[in-house]
Design a binder for this molecule. Structure first.
Ligand code: UDP
Ligand code: MG
Length: 346
């Protein structure tokens, strides 16, 4: 049980990338949600380098509403990083991450909160129905979750996206995970704690378009596997060994045939087939190793995960102490831009 004498405080984190069309409706729904929550609530919008009118719109909204805050990235850093920045800045006892496109209905947050109050540290929203998404997306997504399940030893819940509530303990743990290869849902799966899921129906996107085209989804899937499983490496090793053994046996046979059999010149086809097969496998394995090397390369550079261009709506105390556990929602807002600052230096 969460023992909280004062009413709980909530932070909503919303990554935004070119969502100009959805924003007015989103603000409306978020405001009504805030009215229904039983504690003080802040909404943190993270602009992930939008190039439409999203930022200008958000700046206006944030200036007028003290519970809204805005983090503007210096460029597009990607959905998973945007979520991270929002969570880094969140001051609530419970932090809720949700998509900005209203595919994650804000009302479901009330169910997530109810579960959190029952004592669950991490509450996922699980899609029981996906409307308006192509069969191809649903099929590839389900294939990916099954593949991931086979490949990792970490419990990564199936059919769960990034719509979730996390408590303070899980959040502090998350902040101590500096990895660049960020597959956020896997990271929360890894850390343990009492976790549960709340079912919801995912409706079609009514406004704007998906910001996850096929290649971006593939990218996320590959990162998910590379950051949570060494199986492809092991597979490369054993697969490579098996193929080498086969090639060795075939070579031995070729020598044997050269000595003892006649009319064996007709080897061109098999040579070409085998050479290309081996080259193909070789390249594939090198590629797999390359993925991991690339991932190591990104980590050793130790660059900050993201660069913030401007913060609006956060108070001074909060900005000064972005690593601190507790931050007040009440200190006066300053509105002074913190140009070029990173919220968290890694
Ligand atoms: N998003 C982001 N950066 C990106 C791509 C997407 O912040 O590079 C945000 C986007 O604005 C939305 C959320 O991430 O709030 C999920 O994106 P989308 O709805 O396009 O993904 P889908 O639901 O189609 O998988
Ligand atoms: Mg969406």
């Amino acid at each position: 049980m969460t023992v909280n004498r004062s009413p709980p405080r909530y932070s909503l984190v919303l990554p935004i990338y070119n969502e100009e069309q959805v924003l007015p409706r989103l603000i409306e729904r978020i405001s009504s949600l805030i009215g229904r929550l039983d504690g003080e609530t802040e909404a943190i919008f993270v602009d992930d380098g939008s190039v439409d009118g999203s930022v200008e719109y958000l700046q206006q909204v944030v200036a007028a509403e003290p519970r809204f805050r805005l983090i503007e990235f210096s460029r597009n850093f990607g959905h998973q990083v945007a979520i991270t920045a929002g969570m880094d800045a969140a001051a609530g006892d419970a932090v809720i991450v949700m998509d900005a496109d209203l595919q994650d209905p804000p009302e479901v947050v009330l169910d997530l909160v109810a579960k959190w109050k029952e004592g669950f540290e991490i509450v996922y929203a699980r899609r029981v129905k996906r409307e308006g998404e192509s069969w191809f997306k649903v099929f590839t997504a389900s294939l990916f979750y099954r593949l991931l399940e086979q490949m990792t030893s970490v419990d990564i819940p199936r059919d769960v996206g990034d719509f979730r509530l996390v408590g303070r303990k899980a959040l502090e743990t998350f902040k101590r995970m500096p990895e660049h290869d960020r597959f956020v849902r896997g990271m929360f799966g890894w850390m343990g704690f009492k976790q549960t899921a709340v079912p919801f129906e995912r409706h079609a996107r009514t406004l704007g378009q998906t910001k996850y085209p096929f290649w971006k989804m593939m990218h996320l899937a590959v990162h998910g596997i590379v950051s949570f499983s060494e199986k492809p490496l092991r597979l490369a090793l054993w697969g490579g060994l098996a193929i080498s053994a086969l090639a060795g046996a075939f070579g031995a046979y070729a020598i044997f045939a050269w000595f003892f059999e006649t009319g064996i010149i007709a080897g061109w086809t098999s040579t070409v087939v085998i050479v290309s097969l081996l080259c193909g496998i070789n390249l594939f394995m090198t590629g797999v190793v390359g993925l991991y090397v690339g991932s190591i390369h990104a980590e050793v550079k130790r660059r900050p995960l993201y660069v913030i261009d401007r913060l609006t709506g956060f108070d001074e105390a909060m900005r000064a102490a972005s690593g601190e556990r507790r931050r007040s929602f009440h200190t006066p807002r300053s509105g002074v831009p913190a140009n070029g600052r990173t919220l968290r230096q890694l």
